[in-house]
Design a protein around this ligand. Structure first.
Ligand code: TRP
Length: 331
């Protein structure tokens, strides 16, 4: 039996180079030798208010992007979270086994809620329990996530162990986080001390997978480098390191190898060449995404087929949970 790998991203705003090099590209590799489930967490997205039209189009674009990047629905199970109601059934059971104290300790909740003023949406508070349900519904053993999600996977492990202790050891598989083993960390081009993330309000330091060639070029030309003029591989600033790392990741080479090739060259050369490498790599992905978005019915069909496979697995897990906690009625 191949180990089960599961991961998901929020379909809010665009996917960017950081998502691609840090996550999606690894998923494509995992699908060769793992049992994979990848999905779009639309239920998580509504923890903050969404415009329905924008949300729908973001979901479709995210799915089209996954496919364009090489996610193969014949190898992996691909779906939208809201299409698998069993996740919500499990989420309620897990909610009843979690405590307000442990959820209040989640750093992401603390960050996000501090930006919400007086009215903190309840969904933000229970967000990590829904994520635990995502993971536990499919008997997942490995969860590829970024550092910022590690605490949520730890909570998932606690909930799984707590329920295993209460209702029988084999009820849930206790999953492990898979932290940046092969993924590359990509930083914001204008603030290279911060991760490239969609929370950058201007988007100027973020390369979106939907950006056109000209936009990508412009963003790299403005990238923050260093105060000198030529590259010294022994003393790379964060900004220079980030550019070299991006290029190295795409070319599947190491930072060191590429840095020594740039020794003594002007910063401008690195910026232009990195932009070129990124543009050439992203162009076919963008074109394919756009082509897939032309046939939304076909995209929806792929999701429905994936969701059907996902439901079969999740409903077996929920049935077992319901039975062990003493519910009657589900056979
Ligand atoms: N919370 C994750 C994020 O914001 C997304 C997510 C939801 C997820 N459910 C998941 C990731 C299950 C891994 C596994 O990035």
């Amino acid at each position: 039996m191949k180990p089960t790998v599961l991961s998901a991203v929020q379909p809010t705003e665009g996917l960017h180079l950081g998502n691609y090099l840090g996550a999606i590209r690894n998923w494509i590799a995992y699908q060769e030798d793992h049992d994979c489930l990848f999905f779009v967490v639309d239920l998580h997205a509504i923890t903050v208010r969404q415009d329905p039209k924008v949300l729908r189009s973001n979901i479709e674009r995210a799915v089209a992007t996954y496919l364009a990047c090489g996610l193969d629905p014949r190898k992996s199970t691909l779906f939208a979270q809201s299409m698998v109601p069993e996740i919500l059934e499990l989420s309620w059971v897990l909610t009843c086994h979690s405590s307000m104290g442990e959820l209040a300790r989640m750093t992401q909740f603390k960050d996000k809620s501090s930006k919400q003023g007086e009215n903190i949406p309840t969904g933000l508070f229970v967000y990590p329990v829904l994520m635990a349900a995502d993971i536990l519904a499919f008997r997942t053993s490995l969860v590829p996530v970024g550092d910022d999600q590690k605490q949520h996977v730890e909570l998932t492990r606690d909930l799984a162990e707590r329920m295993n202790n209460a209702y029988g050891k084999d009820l849930f598989i206790v999953p492990k986080p898979m932290l940046g083993t092969t993924g590359r960390r990509v930083f914001n081009l204008l603030e290279p001390e911060n991760k490239m993330s969609k929370s950058d309000p201007t988007g100027l330091g973020v390369v979106f997978l939907s950006d056109d060639d000209k936009t990508i070029e412009k963003k790299f030309k403005r990238a923050v480098t260093d105060s000198g003029t030529s590259i010294n591989p022994e003393a790379l600033s964060q900004g220079l390191k980030n550019l070299i790392e991006i290029q190295a990741a795409i070319q599947n080479t190491s930072l060191e190898t590429l840095a020594s090739r740039y020794a003594g060259k002007q910063y401008g050369v690195l910026k232009v060449e990195t932009a070129q490498v990124v543009i050439e790599h992203l162009r076919p992905i963008r074109d394919k995404t756009d082509a897939l978005l032309q046939d939304r019915a076909a995209l929806h069909q792929i999701l429905r087929e994936g969701a059907e496979k996902a439901r079969e697995r999740a409903s077996a897990q929920v049935k077992e949970v319901y039975k062990r906690i003493g519910f009657v009625g589900r056979s």
